[in-house]
Design a protein around this ligand. Structure first.
Ligand SMILES: *[C@@H]1O[C@H](CO)[C@@H](O)[C@H](O)[C@H]1NC(C)=O
Ligand SMILES: *[C@@H]1O[C@H](CO)[C@@H](O)[C@H](O)[C@H]1NC(C)=O
Ligand SMILES: *[C@@H]1O[C@H](CO)[C@@H](O)[C@H](O)[C@H]1NC(C)=O
Length: 427
């Protein structure tokens, strides 16, 4: 009896400890209307809007055009949007109607010279009729000397989640040519992609138990998996064998990392030696060293964040930009289409201390300029320093999902899962 009791107490303690990041974010902190780390937000930040199909964007990536010598010539932004997300969201629910499709967009910041450039929607040439398109995470290989780039996009289709392969050429940047649909039994709930070559990539699986499970399991188990921060998800490495003899041999699968609670975003550092994976339920980013020979990953650090990180990207300097949701309860309310629900945004940089030179000292007093400092929510760690780049209570820009920083111009691009348009802040 006594033993059973002590087991229960220990069990509860572990449970509460595991749920801690979720529990501490019940109270909504006093976020500002807007905050940008490189200037007054109201003059340095603007939201680029188009029409209602350029809403509810999840991922954004840079599409680099390199010249013959490998030098950066042009950099465009590709964006995945799904205005039907409130009817179809296989990660958070609901699963009401998969019919209204999402789309891919290209935005050329350099073009226009003073005139505002407009985002353009890609046509999906050759895309199979009747195949739903709900884009989520994606990645593209840079174009070299004008050649076409391979683009891989996670697609939350009706029956399953697939990865779609497209080809996109700089001379026709608004026409993505569909190549094939990739499927695998290991694609339980693919979320985001990081390319390791033009034909291979890492892909995160955000849940083991998904919304697609039959009722009532699909309504309960994925939520339990998230709330209890169960470490049941993984990162796969996929090689596409374009010359495979049979269809089932096209996708070659290998596990790259296991035991991550709610793995969501993934990114590879510019030198190819580090990989970062966000754990949304644990509010941490996991860092791994990567062996470029065989794509094996070795865990090195976990960095706690003051929000549930969504997508990740490294800038050209190797600093990780994480974007996410500081108040999960409001995000769920927005996703459920509750009247007047608003969810805040938080974007931060995560810099390796060794790279910060003189500023490297570990202090628990950090991120001192942000209206809501990260230091009020998480302790500093020896390996990395966290600094707020953008914050909003959601009235200016809500539900930040991806933050991209262009080290060449300093510009910061942010998507909002349930927001209109694309946020651009520039120093
Ligand atoms: C955000 O802050 C602004 C300025 O203080 C305020 O007017 C607005 O109501 C706030 N929005 C939310 C959702 O709290
Ligand atoms: C969300 O609510 C608005 C009105 O508040 C309504 O027009 C819209 O159809 C709702 N969307 C869904 C998916 O329920
Ligand atoms: C484009 O060129 C680069 C560099 O030569 C090469 O790595 C890549 O595979 C090429 N892409 C395609 C789609 O052929």
């Amino acid at each position: 009896m006594r033993r059973a009791l002590s087991y229960t107490v220990v069990g509860l303690a572990v449970l509460i400890w595991r749920m801690w990041p979720g529990l501490t974010s019940i109270r909504l902190p006093d976020f500002p209307h807007g905050y940008y780390s490189n200037g007054e937000w109201s003059t340095h930040c603007k939201v680029i809007k188009h029409d209602e199909t350029f809403n509810y964007c999840e991922d954004a990536i840079f599409w680099d055009h390199l010249d013959r010598s490998g030098k950066l010539k042009d950099r465009q932004v590709l964006i995945s949007c799904d205005p039907g997300r409130k009817q179809w969201n296989t990660v958070m629910g609901p699963l009401l109607d998969p019919k209204p499709h999402g789309g891919l967009w290209v935005y050329s910041p350099g073009k226009g010279k003073g005139k505002e450039s407009k985002p353009k929607r890609l046509s999906l040439k050759g895309y199979p009729k009747g195949h739903d398109f709900h884009p989520l995470g994606m990645d593209i290989f840079p174009s070299h000397n004008g050649n076409a780039s391979n683009l891989f996009v996670v697609n939350h289709a009706r029956q399953r989640t697939f990865v779609e392969q497209f080809s996109l050429a700089p001379h026709e940047p608004t026409e993505a040519v569909w190549i094939r649909t990739l499927d695998s039994t290991y694609f339980v709930s693919p979320n985001n992609i990081a390319l390791t070559s033009p034909t291979s990539f890492y892909v995160t699986n955000d849940h083991l138990m998904t919304r697609r499970l039959p009722k009532p399991f699909g309504n309960v188990l994925p939520i339990m998996e998230s709330l209890l921060t169960l470490p049941l998800t993984w990162v796969s490495h996929i090689t596409v064998n374009e010359n495979a003899k049979t269809k089932s041999m096209i996708v070659e699968h290998a596990f790259a990392a296991f035991g991550i609670p709610f793995s969501n975003g993934i990114a590879i550092s510019p030198n190819g030696k580090h990989v970062a994976v966000s754990s949304s339920s644990l509010s941490k980013v996991y860092f791994y060293t990567r062996d470029p020979e065989n794509n094996k990953l070795t865990f090195t650090h976990a960095v706690p964040l003051p929000f549930s990180p969504d997508n990740l990207m490294f800038d050209d300097e190797g600093i990780l930009i994480a974007s996410g949701h500081p108040h999960f309860i409001s995000l769920v309310a927005v996703g459920a289409n509750k009247t007047d629900a608003v969810a805040p945004s938080w974007v931060a940089s995560i810099s390796p201390r060794e790279q910060l030179g003189g500023k490297a000292a570990l202090s628990q007093e950090y991120d001192t300029l942000a209206p809501v400092s990260a230091s009020t929510k998480v302790r500093a760690v020896p390996s990395h320093e966290v600094e707020t780049l953008f914050q909003s209570n959601g009235s200016f820009f809500s539900t930040s999902a991806t933050g991209l920083r262009d080290s060449k111009t300093g510009a910061l691009y942010v998507t909002g899962l349930y927001e209109e348009g694309l946020l651009v802040c520039a120093p």
